[in-house]
Design a protein around this ligand. Structure first.
Ligand code: PEP
Ligand code: MG
Length: 915
């Protein structure tokens, strides 16, 4: 016969590292017991038993007897038997999975009380009221969580009992009242559950254990797991612990405590205490708790002991712990501890404090914080939200999706031209649109924040806003936006006209009328060089950020570059730690005033007219590049040749058709407009994403890429001759096959040689390609033959691998996909490792097999996503490139990745990347 597994562990057999088997609660109870702290005796049924129960639909063989053996040992140790009529042992039954999981059955207290043993408890405690109070609590909790009776029905009867007595608190009910309540509860259970409340103590225990097992598969628990990406097959453990009583009178009570302030990280005494109460009373809010510091006055010995234990726990766990405790007639008992949740700022402060205290080292401090937390610290906030003063917070008029965090206040404007004009005259504006598109870009740049009524977290508005570090709430569906009337209508018919001030909170998706006060992020001031780490008033926050990010820079292997298109962006990127530019998109250089040159290029019907259009663009481009190369002197700047389809730079088809039709009717039409309309029609595409864009444009629009390469080469030559150190790199977008790249490369090499000769300087610029199509990834071995570097364009690679167009699908069905758990997070936000990630890994490996020194980077949105950075580190890329605002996050996560895979580097990433 195979060995039956061990299903039950006494606390003395467990420890904190056995979370998977004993759950968090069980593992930590064992740890505390083994530290010699006052934990009531008990034992834990393993998650393995739960898995077996769920698989078989019944307790696995041997479990019943194993529980009995541990129960007997517990009874012996306590000198009482479970439910004994004269002197009953009572136990609590509590669920506890490896991850803390709301939605599962939590706790049933006082198991072992029956019609017979309630008298024994009364006699032993010399307190009849206490015994009946404990019994009614058992029936109430058991009825609700084990037998599935609606909890409100119990509350109704409790309220009725209080009303009948004219009492406001449950403390005013005496033994007789509670006894009557027990009868009412039992009748309720019989009626609602179709069975009597069980009078056999062991049956109570077994039913409660089974209910805990089954609660693993409850609807709310499943939903929570799906959202949090917790695997479904872990199961929960069950803790069975001897009861200690906080409801034995004024010298008893129960409370929760933190070893430091989880909101700020400050050291001190934080928590709540409730006298004469059992655990669930604290959270249920039936009576007001008192601050933990009050306990010092109420029961000094217990308070002193609690502080002593908190110190032991912090020292042992080397972290902030949260604690549940009970005091029974002056004796302190620890019921639970775990490493406590905390805010982002507390996480940084605590990690640095613990290093200062010598409890952890810098590597460990880096593991204790996350890029997501650093990102939170980098956004301005509304003062009301930041100090938690909810009572004073105004009522929102709408709520949408919190798409790009931060707080923005400004006048509502409804079109990009007004946004630009008003911002230019010094007004702060919020751009309000149904949804945004590339035409709104200038308005988005000018605005403090963006508010849309349509679209999800990865809509155009959201992605662009995040890239710019700008506050955005999108998909506020309750808003009726009327761009023509320049107004929107919100909740309760409130109308906001152009010019009215609104406040938008991108951290929680709320929209307010009027001005809500905003506080800037001190962490951004620090990265910008406007605040020093040891400056006033930060209580160590900036010192902590400085220390931890500084350590990340020392240990990371991945370098970080920025996606930046202008000299100004490049300068900021440098302040934020960029080691170069990984993606300079050239498309914005074809907008605005320059559109007319693009129109001429498209309309050109002779070589001369085409050359003239390109000739007009050349100096403008050269100046653009000169500015960025100056700002990034000494560091690499990857410049991508034009990517979007040309029609994006031409007038809108519908508008132009109307214009031409009206003009023709009036007899004022021009040949030029008609020719332009023809061209716009010719270039119109059903699926522009999959159409004439990227390298394809370079191949079919003669001279376009050559002009761009010449502008890059001339800017570099000028800078070289001026004594600078330009390192431009030429990047070709949307390559699917090596032949495409070869053609562009040959032409680029010709132009570089020409310009080099004209200026008398050698121009040996690296030429590489984006890998953003599945075919490019799959043929990376061939492509690497003609590319000196790859940069993974994971935005396009995600769309083309999944076969969905980002701009379309995010607004239409991503919300449904997220709800249905098809993905836990949008693949445009966090890299889809199983699909897109495999293509990246394959292309990296096959590219390097062809060309061992091949440079590898990523410049899609994922380059600044904490989870994805870890993947890029593991895959062996050289750098990640992201928007300037994400750089500190990328630096931190690159450091964490190095520490987490145990290969911290010491110097690598922190040095400048000058090939
Ligand atoms: C990409 O596709 O990942 C990329 C960076 O290019 P773009 O987002 O400009 O298409
Ligand atoms: Mg792309």
């Amino acid at each position: 016969m195979p060995n039956t597994p061990k299903f039950v562990y006494a606390f003395s057999e467990g420890n904190k590292d056995l979370k998977d088997l004993l759950g968090g609660k069980g593992a930590n109870l064992a740890e505390m017991a083994n530290l010699g702290l006052p934990v009531p005796p008990g034992f834990t049924i393993t998650t393995e038993a739960c898995r077996a129960y769920l698989a078989e639909g019944a307790e696995p063989a041997g479990l019943h007897d194993e529980v009995q053996r541990h129960l007997s040992a517990l009874e012996e140790g306590m000198g009482r038997r479970l439910g004994d009529p004269d002197d009953p042992l009572l136990v609590s039954v509590r669920s506890g999975a490896a991850f803390s999981m709301p939605g599962m059955m939590d706790t049933v207290l006082n198991i072992g009380l029956t019609d017979a043993s309630v008298a024994g408890l009364a006699a032993q405690a010399d307190d009849e009221r206490f015994a009946w109070d404990s019994y009614r609590r058992l029936i109430q909790m058991f009825g609700k969580t084990v037998l599935g009776v609606d909890g409100d029905l119990f509350e109704e009867r409790l309220d009725a009992a209080k009303r009948a007595k004219g009492a406001s608190s449950d403390l005013d009910l005496d033994a007789a009242d509670l006894r009557a309540l027990v009868d009412a509860y039992k009748a309720l259970v019989a009626k609602e559950a179709g069975r009597d409340f069980p009078q056999d103590p062991r049956a109570q225990l077994d039913l409660a254990v089974r209910a805990v097992f089954a609660s693993w598969n409850g609807d709310r628990a499943r939903l929570y797991r799906r959202q949090e990406r917790i695997p479904d097959n872990l199961g929960t453990a069950v803790n069975i612990v001897a009861m200690v009583f906080g409801n034995l009178g004024a010298d008893s009570g129960t409370g929760v405590a933190f070893t430091r302030d989880p909101a700020t990280g400050k050291q001190g005494v934080y928590g709540d205490y409730l006298a004469n109460a059992q655990g669930e009373d604290v959270v249920a809010g039936i009576r007001n708790t008192v601050p933990l510091a009050e306990l010092e006055r109420l029961d000094k010995p217990s308070y002193d002991r609690l502080l002593e234990i908190m110190e032991i726990l912090e020292g042992h766990y080397r972290d902030l712990c949260d604690i549940e405790f009970t005091i029974e007639r002056g004796a302190l008992w620890m019921l639970q501890t775990r490493v406590g949740k905390r805010t982002a700022e507390a996480a940084f402060r605590i990690a640095a404090q613990l290093v200062d205290q010598g409890l952890i080292d810098d590597d460990e401090a880096l593991r204790r914080v996350s890029g997501a937390q650093l990102a939170q610290l980098m956004f301005p906030r509304f003062a009301a939200a930041s100090d938690g003063a909810d009572a004073d917070a105004p009522e929102p008029v709408a709520e949408g999706i919190a798409a790009s965090p931060g707080a923005a206040v400004g006048r509502a404007v409804f079109d990009q031209a007004t946004a630009v004009a008003w911002a230019a005259r010094g007004d702060r504006v919020i751009l309000v649109r149904r949804e945004t598109n590339p035409d709104d870009l200038a308005g988005m740049v000018a605005a403090e924040g963006i508010l849309t009524s349509r679209g999800g977290k990865t809509s155009h508005a959201a992605v662009v806003a995040r890239g710019m570090g700008k506050t955005c709430v999108c998909g506020a569906e309750a808003l009726a936006v009327d761009p023509r009337g320049k107004r929107f209508t919100a909740r309760d018919g409130v109308v906001v006209e152009e010019g009215d001030v609104i406040s938008v909170d991108g951290t929680n998706g709320k929209v307010y009328l009027g001005e809500v006060p905003v506080v800037p992020s001190p962490v951004v001031d620090y990265f910008e060089g406007r605040a020093t780490p040891d400056g006033e008033g930060q209580d160590g926050l900036l010192t902590a950020v400085d220390r931890i990010v500084g350590h990340a820079d020392r240990v990371r292997r991945l370098r970080v570059r920025a996606n930046a298109d202008t000299g100004e962006d490049a300068a900021r990127a440098r302040r934020f730690g960029a080691q170069g530019i990984g993606l300079l998109r050239t498309e914005h250089m074809f907008l605005g005033e320059r559109r007319k040159h693009v129109e001429r290029l498209v309309l050109a019907d002779t070589d001369d007219s085409r050359a003239a259009a390109l000739e007009a663009l050349l100096p403008l481009q050269r100046q653009d590049f000169a500015e960025v190369l100056a700002a990034m002197d000494g560091l690499p700047v990857t410049i991508r040749l034009l990517d979007p389809p040309l029609h994006e730079f031409l007038p809108d088809l519908t508008e132009l058709s109307v214009k031409v039709a009206l003009a023709d009717e009036r007899g004022t039409g021009s040949d030029e407009d008609r020719a332009l309309l023809d061209a716009v029609r010719r270039l119109h595409e059903q699926n522009p994403m999959l159409g004439l864009r990227g390298v394809r444009l370079g191949l079919v629009v003669p001279g376009l890429f050559a002009m761009q390469v010449r502008a890059i080469a001339e800017a570099a030559a000028d800078r070289l001759r001026a004594g600078g150190a330009p390192h431009p790199e030429i990047m070709v977008p949307l390559v699917g096959g090596v032949q495409e790249l070869e053609i562009v490369r040959d032409e680029a090499l010709r132009v570089l040689a020409e310009v080099g000769a004209e200026h008398g300087v050698p121009l040996d610029l690296p030429i590489g390609t984006m890998i953003e199509l599945p075919r490019a990834a799959l043929t990376a071995g061939q492509i690497a033959g003609s590319a000196e570097f790859f940069s993974f364009g994971t935005n396009d690679l995600t769309q083309t691998t999944w076969g969905f167009s980002r701009d379309d699908v995010e607004a239409s069905f991503f919300a449904a996909y997220l709800d249905a758990g098809v993905f836990g997070v949008s693949p445009f936000e966090s890299l889809d490792r199983d699909g897109v990630g495999r293509l990246v890994a394959l292309a990296a490996a096959e590219g390097r097999a062809t060309r061992p020194g091949l440079g590898l980077g990523v410049c899609g949105e994922h380059g600044g996503d904490p989870d994805s950075v870890r993947f890029f580190h593991d895959t062996g890329l050289d750098y990640v490139s992201c928007s300037p605002f994400r750089l500190p996050v990328a630096r931190l996560e690159a450091g964490r990745a190095a520490v987490l895979d145990g290969r911290a580097h010491g110097t690598g990433g922190g040095t400048a990347d000058t090939r």
